[in-house]
Design a protein around this ligand. Structure first.
Ligand SMILES: Nc1ncnc2c1ncn2[C@@H]1O[C@H](COP(=O)(O)OP(=O)(O)O)[C@@H](O)[C@H]1O
Ligand SMILES: [Mg+2]
Length: 297
């Protein structure tokens, strides 16, 4: 019997709902991340990408639904068990999130000191290897304030690699970097992913970066997965001519506008239509139900 593809899933998201007060950010999201793949997560600002990452790493509890990492439901896991799962993934936050008062080496050593019983000489050795992997070995003793933005990202990445993770989560790894540095980070992500066989979930707005590193891509829209598909499918949608685009489904046309960064299309139409309707409703509301014009005759 052929094994189902699902047996390869290292992350499974089932009917995930996340509300903050009255705001529903995720509205029943289903998603699977397969072992060894790089999945790029896209979507407009504020659509819930960072929230999804925080749910995936167990730092937020879902309102409803489940997330399984390595088959374990992390919403229903004790803090102690969660530490075991935490050892198996690394995170690169948007800002790099380094401790300013610690050297780069100590920042990278931190997860090893906190989550393992390794003796210090072994930790030092590991730190050197991780820093070498990201090209920062010579800067080990510097402090975050003394290095550039790109180097901070590298240092954050070395720290994410500290415990030889099976999954790495990245939240906008190229945000705020110049194009060349950003391309270097992409290459680093690619090399590390392929060399170490890790699974990567990468949130990004940078389309060049997305198309460089993705095996599959997913676009979030209105709290759901609008489309999850191999990179090649997204490339076809991006490269479709205007005539071909007219034949695409509504969802694919939304994807197309987003990945091409077009100023006009279904996303902007939808926005204009909704706000126009809201505006009209706002005007209509105070009007009396029937016109108060009296005949002058
Ligand atoms: N802790 C929180 N409390 C209340 N609202 C939140 C919280 N975290 C995120 N949000 C809201 O959820 C929405 C999605 O945020 P986020 O996941 O950061 O979006 P993205 O990363 O896609 O830009 C935003 O409207 C944001 O204001
Ligand atoms: Mg975000």
């Amino acid at each position: 019997m052929q094994p189902s593809q699902d047996s390869d899933a290292v992350i499974e998201v089932d009917d995930l709902v996340m509300r903050f007060g009255k705001q529903t950010v995720l509205a029943g999201l289903d998603l699977k991340v397969r072992r060894g793949e790089t999945l790029v997560v896209m979507g407009g600002s504020g659509c819930g990408k960072s929230t999804l990452l925080r749910l995936m790493i167990g730092s937020l509890q879902p309102t409803q639904g489940a997330i399984r990492l390595f088959g374990q439901d992390i919403g229903r896991t004790s803090e102690q068990e969660l530490d075991g799962v935490r050892r198996r993934f690394g995170i690169l936050f948007q800002s790099g999130a380094l401790y300013q008062s610690m050297s780069i080496a100590d920042n990278v050593a931190l997860p090893m000191r906190e989550l393992t019983d390794l003796p210090d000489d072994l930790i030092q050795l590991q730190v050197k290897m991780k820093l070498e992997a990201v090209g920062l070995r010579e800067h080990a003793d510097k402090f975050p304030a003394q290095i550039s933005g790109g180097m901070k990202k590298r240092a954050g990445l070395a720290r994410a690699l500290a415990l030889d993770p099976e999954i790495i989560f990245y939240d906008e790894p190229s945000a705020g970097l110049d194009p060349v540095t950003s391309a270097e980070i992409d290459q680093l992500i690619l090399t590390l992913t392929k060399k170490l066989g890790v699974t990567s979930v990468v949130v990004t707005h940078e389309m060049d970066s997305a198309f460089t590193i993705a095996d599959r891509m997913v676009m979030l829209d209105k709290g759901r997965c609008l489309k999850i598909a191999p990179r090649q499918d997204y490339e076809r949608i991006r490269n479709a001519t205007r005539e071909e685009a007219a034949m695409l489904s509504e969802d694919d046309r939304i994807v197309r506008q987003f990945i091409r960064g077009d100023a006009y299309g279904p996303i902007t139409d939808r926005r204009t239509l909704t706000s126009y309707a809201d505006d009209l409703m706002g005007l209509l509301a105070p009007l009396p139900a029937s016109p108060s014009i009296t005949p002058t005759r």
